[in-house]
Ligand binder design. Structure first.
Ligand SMILES: *Cc1c(COP(=O)(O)O)cnc(C)c1O
Length: 218
């Protein structure tokens, strides 16, 4: 299925106007689709599965910025540490420490977002508000090879856009509170195909969009 070029141009214009980074979520999609967007100048791509990402990465130009947006297990960090641009869904200190260890091993600083649980569903990963408060400047200082640059969240899977808006608003509030202590914060990753407009409205500056660009996944 080819990329929807019109949608891409419209999204890019919208994102540029609002100073939002568009991450094109290419999970399950072939290399040819990714190259199509790459050839239009796009560089930020997001993947959910470690094995799929490590298979695709060597087949694409080295200036692609790979975002890992899925749930990450500590034992798989080693596969991403050499090249990943941003890890979106860090949901434990244990994982953050492992990222730091492997970033150091690769002589890199790896950038990461803390995932916050904002949805009603029980199954979504992420820190809750109290756990987030327990992560202090001191905690992060002990991780010199990890740069925590922001937060990421997923809203409830619902057509009730008012509920979604409230969840994004809550995440923005947490982001602002954290940013008061951590001046390096600059990224709030929220919004997907169905709810990105609401996310941008509520102050998100990075959206992760798959099906709208690449068509529905199997
Ligand atoms: C798949 C996925 C997306 C993109 O979803 P679409 O609805 O296809 O835009 C965004 N974020 C995460 C974490 C995902 O897993």
């Amino acid at each position: 299925m080819p990329v929807n070029n019109d949608v891409y141009r419209r999204l890019m214009a919208e994102c540029a106007a609002r100073k939002v980074t568009l991450v094109a979520v290419s999970k399950t999609k072939p290399i040819s689709d990714i190259l199509e967007l790459y050839n239009l100048g796009h560089r930020d791509f997001g993947e959910n599965y470690v094995q799929e990402l490590t298979q695709k990465q060597p087949q694409l130009p080295p200036d692609v910025r790979w975002h890992f947006i899925g749930h990450l297990q500590s034992n798989k960090v080693k596969f991403l540490a050499p090249f990943v641009h941003l890890i979106h869904a860090v949901d434990s200190l244990k994982l953050l420490r492992e990222i730091d260890r492997l970033a150091s091993k690769n002589n890199r600083v790896v950038r990461a977002l803390l995932q916050v649980h904002i949805a009603r569903e029980e199954t979504k990963f992420g820190f809750d508000e109290q756990e987030l408060e327990e992560i202090t400047v001191d905690t992060l200082r002990q991780l010199p090879n990890t740069e925590v640059v922001g937060l990421m969240g997923m809203a409830s899977l619902t057509k009730d856009m008012e509920a979604v808006r409230q969840e994004f608003r809550q995440l923005k509030k947490l982001y602002d509170a954290l940013a008061a202590h951590l001046p390096q914060l600059n990224t709030l990753s929220m919004g997907m195909s169905a709810d990105y407009a609401v996310a941008i409205d509520e102050g998100g500056n990075m959206v992760r969009i798959g099906s709208l660009l690449f068509g529905a996944r199997q």
